[in-house]
Design a protein around this ligand. Structure first.
Ligand code: SF4
Length: 186
């Protein structure tokens, strides 16, 4: 079995999504499935996702992950979703290879922070050090370097059609496939 087959599932398929180091473009594409959201709502319900504002992931069937891993909180969220999801999908270039945020990987994190936040010697400037802020990692990592990933959905962002096709294949228990022409890089 490659996915979740709703005919074998007495309750709705439970979906979770999150954005780690991403731009929310992949989530915008999910909303681009437009009126098919109503169709999705017939067979699925949402767990943790920016759409529901649920803060923690509970047991779910499919987790869609946007964005790479750039800080300690990303690791925590990703591990929680992996522990709870039967199927975990890396959605978009950032989740798959770090994407645009990984452009900082050739620079030292300290240099990046000082460049962004200013000279620590100057009053009113300097790197924020509030304990509430998640610690940045030395690099931005693809999610498969932190957890096991079951499927990779490429694109930046993947189109709404591609997400719909992929998601419905998984829900129906089929192997998700994407023709090269369906891959989108804006
Ligand atoms: Fe944004 Fe592209 Fe990354 Fe998706 S893959 S989060 S659209 S930059």
């Amino acid at each position: 079995m490659y996915g979740v087959n709703p005919s074998k599932t007495p309750v709705k398929v439970r979906l979770a999504t999150t954005s780690l180091a991403g731009c929310f473009g992949c989530h915008m594409s999910l909303l681009d499935i437009d009126e098919r959201l109503l169709e999705l709502a017939e067979i699925a319900e949402f767990d943790r996702t920016p759409l529901t504002d649920i803060k923690h992931c509970s047991r779910c069937d499919i987790a869609l992950i946007e964005g790479g891993v750039c800080n300690a909180e990303n690791i925590q969220v990703l591990r929680e979703m992996r522990a709870n999801a039967k199927i975990l999908v890396a959605v978009g270039a950032c989740a798959i290879n770090g994407g645009l945020p990984a452009m900082r990987n050739s620079l030292a994190i300290g240099d990046v922070l000082h460049k962004v936040y200013g000279d620590p010697e100057r009053e009113g400037t300097g790197v924020p050090n509030d304990p509430e802020l998640p610690l940045p990692l030395d690099k931005v990592y693809p999610i498969n370097e932190v957890v096991r990933v079951d499927y990779f959905l490429p694109g930046c962002p993947p189109s709404g059609d591609a997400i719909w096709k992929y998601l419905t294949a998984l829900i129906l228990g089929h192997m998700p496939r994407l023709e090269p022409m369906a891959m989108n890089y804006d």
